[in-house]
Design a protein around this ligand. Sequence first.
Ligand code: HCB
Length: 216
Amino acid sequence: MSQEFYTRVTQAVINGDKELVVSLAKEGLETGLKPLDIIRQGLTPGMDVVGDRFSSGEYFLPHLVMAGDTMKSALAELEPALKAAGSTRESLGTVVIGTVAGDIHEIGKSLVGTMLTANGFVVHDLGVDVPTEKFVEAVVDTEADIVGMSALLTTTMRNQDSIIKELTEAGLRDRVKVLIGGAPVTSEWADDIGADGYAEDAIGAVKLARRLVGVE
Ligand code: HCB
């Protein structure tokens, strides 16, 4: 399928056209495209354009909302194929994942959760705007091997640091690995706060999670 197809998907996200994006997602799958390629080459670039136009003042909050809803509809269409494409059925470990306190961005976190599930992890998704103590409680309750924290705002990134500090205070840091991500997050930030790793996208998160549980 040509670049023109991905450009149409990108444009549908920018326009907030849910109906079109869902029918394009279906069309892409029917013609044999990989769901991840549709996400990476079609949907995500659309979100980046909307984000950039929002930063420059060209777009406003309703545009962000519409783009988010549009991407969610497309992901719902792609999810069964994403899960079916998972590489293993054995359980590799337990992951607790959520978006940190003060932050309601859910799409990236949910996509990472879906991909981890598809690749053999048992995932407990705590949702968005998750208080620090809830991450800690969930690590205890689920005996998690990995805690994944998403933060999309420069103002909420620091809550990833708070969670690590709370895990350390609760004596849990040695038994749980910390995997962080989100648009403003970097590997330098991961080093600064003592996380075990940073993943730029859902594929990176799966690779890193496998490494953290000693599979690779
Ligand atoms: Co939002 N927003 N937003 N937003 N938003 C961003 C994030 C900005 C960068 C846009 C911009 O200005 N360029 C910006 C943040 C600037 C900053 O802090 N540096 C921003 C802002 C400012 C805001 C508000 C403050 C706007 C306002 O109210 N004035 C507000 C904050 C609300 C809050 O959280 N308290 C806000 C609100 C919204 C919504 C709700 C309207 C909507 C989210 C809808 C939803 O999630 N249901 C939204 C959206 C859609 C965006 C953009 C356009 C897209 C985010 C997205 O879903 N990307 C975003 C711009 C952008 O990121 N390009 C913009 C697609 C997913 C797949 O990518 O990066 O989330 P991802 O996840 C990746 C990756 O990071 C990694 O893997 C994922 C999958 O590949 N990853 C992990 C993520 N989490 C991980 C965890 C791990 O453990 C490992 C890897």
